[in-house]
Structure formats: structure tokens, C-alpha cells
Design a binder for this molecule. Structure first.
Ligand code: HSE
Length: 408
């Protein structure tokens, strides 16, 4: 009999309990023996909730119980999660978590602790919610040299950008609606500033490239400056604006960044809308593969956590993720050396300002929108960020810039 403890009875924790309740038979069959929820840890009381039977308030009860084989950490944050998870691993218990902050900040240490104690530290639900992506990276895509991971890794921001595009509304208005519907937190900073996607791409890149990628090294820009006017330009030229998390090996080195990007319909992420997430992987033998599904939400996330519980239960004395990633940090290419194209909005009429624009950037096609007098847009050719900055400072009246990855 495998015994499981859950740390935290919030949204994901209650989802984990629900998966156990609804799919107990499936779980027993997958594991090959009975698996039971022995404890749920939370500081709060839940009068009348069936969880009361297994509810405990003291972590020591769990960490010191030799019957507990697998611990689920779904409290979020770093404190006390890190300390709790470390102590569980040191006490010979595997840990499964959905906590991307914890994995991005302490994953290297926790993977090593798990290896030293012949247990598992698993985190499928930390990236892409219910989408299987961590296990494919360490178990399935192992014959390839992965040279790019790019994805829509945050449901809240994808919902906001999709809604801005479908309704023509501004960022603030859509954010408020998203908060009312529960698609955005009351404090939306981690999502809308791109911090959440940054931690997720750091984890995926560490696994894909085999060396630790520090999330603090990743250039991160959120969606708060995207306006209804930007979306209008995008629609005029048939592209969409997505918050992309990208990491890529190039001849110059590996770069990683999170920022809004204009993409066209040739990009497999173009049609990923609403709260959905998708991750596109490019391998040198595989070519492209895309993983798509629900990147957040109680049951999809809990489903991924419990799949890890099954994996841990089937491998009680064996570390399945191997190295996970090498602790030696992958030095990322400075942002200045990263190349892309740039969509730029500038004040003035194309007839008078275009010569100065073309003097700086070479030949471009002006994009004008009849209802937006006194400005126009253009898309540059491919150049590095440093080159873009150097050229753009010579021009007066630039309103905004959005990076563009266009095939056409
Ligand atoms: N806030 C996150 C999102 C939740 O919107 O994707 C899942 O990590």
C-alpha cells in the first residue's frame, strides 16, 4: 500500500483530493497496488468537508511518518515549501509539486537531494498545467538535440490578449473582466509582467538543454504595454500578438526571453487562444512537435500532479529523472546579441517621415490604419537588439515596439 500526503488544500490541493476520490480505481491499477491519501496538511479548518478525516495542521506528523511514501506540495511560494520539500526528500519520501517558483529557484538542489536519497522530485504540473511536457522532455525526446523551446506558457495573459483581439478592448478593461471571471488573480503582477512564464521557460530550458538556466538571467517583458491600437495593427497585417517564452540555441549561443511577439499563421502557436497553453519543441532529428492543452485550472493541474504521484509510487527506490539537469549554469547570450524583426509605431505621416525611417532601417512597407491619423507602423528586417536600439534612437516619435517572428 502506497500512502500519500498533500501539503496545501487550496485550489490545486483540493483538485488532487478530487482526482483521488474520482479515479481511485484507475490509480490503483496504474500503480499496481493500492494507493491512499493519508494526510492533507493545511492551517485552516474545513468543517463539513470530507477532507476533515485526513486533515492535519502539523507538518511534523507527515515528515516523521515512515508510512508516507509520496508527498504532494501544492502550497506555492518558497517559504515554507522549500524547507518542507527538502526535509521530505531527506526523509526518503518522493515529492511531486506544481510549484514553478520552487522548481525554478531550488530545482537543482532538490533534484540532487532526491538523487542522494534514491527518491524522486517530480514537477510535471509546474509548466503547462495539465499538458504533459516535463516527462516527454526527460523520457521521450532523448534521441534529439533540442534546439528550441517556445511556448505560450501563461493562460491568464493568453486569455487577455485573445480577448483584446476579439473584442477590440484595452488591456485594463479586459484584465478587469478576467479578474471578475477568475481567469486573473486580484494581484495579477506575476502573470501580466511575464514572471510566471519566465520561471516556466527557465525550467523547460534547463531540461531541454541539460544545464541549469537561471530565471533571473532571462529577459522578461509582460503585456501591460500592449494596447488596443497595437492589436489593430496586428489584425490589419494578419498576425497575432502572443506572450511568447522562447529559448533557442543559435550559432552565437543560447538565448532565452519572455516578451510579446507578433507571429503569423505559419507559426503553430498562432491559433492558441484563450486560457490554453502550447509548447513547441524543435529537435534536430524530430523537427517540430507541439504540446497543447489546459495550462492552468484545478483539475488539469491536479491531473498532472497525480500522474507524478503514480510515477513516484511505481519507482519507490529509483530516481527516474536521472540528472534532471546539470547544476553548471548555462550562460545565456546577452539580449543585445539576440536577433529578430521589430514592429514599430511612429508619429507622423508616412509621406513625410518614411524617408527618415528608411534612412535608419532600410526599405520598409508603411502600415497605415485609416482611423489612426498621425501615426503609422512598419516592420524592420532581421537585426540584433543592439542594432535595433542604435537605429531607433536616431528616429524621433517612436511610440512603441513589438518583436516580430514572421515567416512571410
Ligand atoms: N497563473 C498561471 C497561468 C497559472 O495563468 O497560466 C498556471 O501556472
Amino acid at each position: 500500500m502506497i500512502k500519500v500526503a498533500v501539503l496545501g488544500y487550496g485550489t490545486v490541493g483540493s483538485g488532487v483530493v478530487e482526482v483521488f476520490r474520482q479515479n481511485q480505481e484507475v490509480l490503483n491499477k496504474s500503480v499496481g497496488q493500492d494507493i491512499e491519501l493519508k494526510y492533507v496538511l493545511d492551517l485552516r479548518e474545513f468543517p463539513g468537508d470530507p477532507v476533515e478525516k485526513v486533515l492535519v495542521h502539523d507538518f511534523e506528523t507527515i515528515v516523521n511518518d515512515p508510512e508516507v511514501n509520496v508527498v504532494v506540495e501544492v502550497m506555492g511560494g518558497l517559504n515554507p515549501s522549500f524547507n518542507f520539500v527538502k526535509r521530505c526528500l531527506e526523509n526518503g519520501k518522493s515529492v511531486c509539486t506544481s510549484n514553478k517558483e520552487l522548481v525554478a529557484q531550488h530545482g537543482t538542489d532538490l533534484l540532487q537531494t532526491a538523487r542522494e536519497h534514491h527518491v524522486n522530485f517530480l514537477f510535471e504540473a509546474s509548466c503547462g498545467g495539465g499538458i504533459p511536457i516535463i516527462r516527454p522532455l526527460y523520457q521521450s525526446l532523448t534521441a534529439d538535440k533540442i534546439d528550441e523551446v517556445s511556448g505560450i506558457l501563461n493562460g491568464t495573459t493568453n486569455y487577455i490578449l485573445s480577448k483584446m483581439a476579439s473584442d477590440g478592448s484595452g488591456f485594463e478593461e479586459v484584465l478587469k473582466k478576467a479578474q471578475d471571471k477568475g481567469y486573473a488573480e486580484r494581484n495579477p503582477e506575476a502573470d501580466v509582467e511575464g514572471y510566471d512564464a519566465c520561471r516556466k521557460i527557465a525550467i523547460l530550458s534547463s531540461l531541454a538543454f541539460g544545464n541549469y538556466v537561471d530565471y533571473k538571467d532571462i529577459y522578461t517583458e509582460g503585456i501591460t504595454r500592449i494596447t488596443a491600437a497595437d492589436i489593430k495593427y496586428a489584425q490589419t497585417i494578419g498576425v497575432s500578438i502572443k506572450l511568447l517564452a522562447i529559448s533557442r540555441r543559435t550559432e552565437k549561443g543560447t538565448y532565452a526571453m519572455v516578451s510579446p511577439v507578433m507571429i503569423d499563421s505559419a507559426n503553430s502557436l498562432y491559433s492558441v487562444n484563450g486560457v490554453f497553453n502550447a509548447i513547441s519543441i524543435h529537435g534536430n532529428m524530430l523537427g517540430d512537435a507541439m504540446f497543447y492543452g489546459r495550462g492552468a485550472g484545478k483539475l488539469p493541474t491536479a491531473s498532472a500532479v497525480v500522474a507524478d504521484v503514480v510515477e513516484a509510487a511505481k519507482n519507490l527506490n529509483k530516481t527516474v529523472m536521472g540528472e534532471g539537469w546539470n547544476p553548471e549554469k548555462l550562460e545565456l547570450l546577452p539580449l543585445d546579441e539576440v536577433s529578430s524583426r521589430f514592429f514599430v509605431r511612429i508619429r507622423g505621416n508616412a509621406s513625410s517621415v518614411l524617408p527618415a525611417v528608411e534612412h535608419a532601417f532600410g526599405e520598409v512597407d508603411p502600415i497605415s490604419i485609416p482611423s489612426m491619423d498621425g501615426e503609422f507602423g512598419f516592420i524592420t528586417g532581421e537585426m540584433t537588439e543592439a542594432e535595433y536600439r542604435e537605429k531607433s534612437v536616431k528616429l524621433e516619435g517612436i511610440i512603441s515596439m513589438i518583436r516580430a517572428r514572421l515567416h512571410g
